[in-house]
Design a protein around this ligand. Structure first.
Ligand SMILES: [Zn+2]
Ligand SMILES: [Zn+2]
Length: 180
């Protein structure tokens, strides 16, 4: 949904995510975000308000997405929760970057190419920014065996993956000697 800036009343315009179409979230092939899509409709919305500095977009999102686990590569539902405040400066009247950053310490700053704000873009951008560096299907996901590729969450594969640190091996030897 594209909202022309001229249609935003002085008191602001509130839009809930439910009014938008499903955002396009898919990432590039071969990444954990390949095939990423919403698993539950996004709750929350955004308040658009024109300010002296630009267009203020303040809102929240709660949803879940299908994404691949960084360890076992399986697709799982990742819950997402985000609260944001972004100020969009129209590109044609954009002051120098440094000037925008002054006084907007805790705010994200973006630029508007046109006289409209694209809310679908905002929604997918906010979801992308909320993704963890390493999405995990569960905190203790055991991942895949580096030797045979089996999902170790489903049980052990029997490969001998134990790599003994040579320094530890020396200590172990010493311990046995001392005991003896
Ligand atoms: Zn996993
Ligand atoms: Zn294995």
């Amino acid at each position: 949904m594209k909202v022309p800036l001229s249609e935003i009343p002085p008191e602001g315009l509130r839009i809930s995510w439910g009014e938008l179409e499903r955002p396009h979230l898919e990432g590039p092939k071969g990444t954990l975000e390949e095939g990423m899509r919403l698993a539950s409709p996004p709750k929350g919305g955004v308040l658009l308000k024109m300010t002296k500095r630009g267009l203020l977009c303040k809102g929240s999102i709660e949803c879940s997405v299908w994404i691949h686990c960084a360890r076992c590569l399986k697709e799982f539902r990742l819950p997402i929760k985000d609260e944001f405040e972004v100020i969009y400066v129209p590109l044609k009247e954009a002051p120098r970057q440094e000037e925008v950053e002054l006084g907007t310490e805790d705010m994200d700053v973006g630029f508007l190419r046109e006289d409209t704000v694209d809310l679908d873009e905002l929604l997918s951008e906010r979801i992308w920014l909320s993704l963890p560096m390493k999405p995990l299907c569960r905190e203790d996901c055991k991942g895949l065996c580096p030797l045979c590729g089996k999902d170790l969450n489903e049980g052990d594969c029997g490969c001998s993956r134990e790599v003994v640190d040579p320094r530890l091996a020396v200590l172990k030897e010493l311990k046995t000697k001392l005991k003896g």
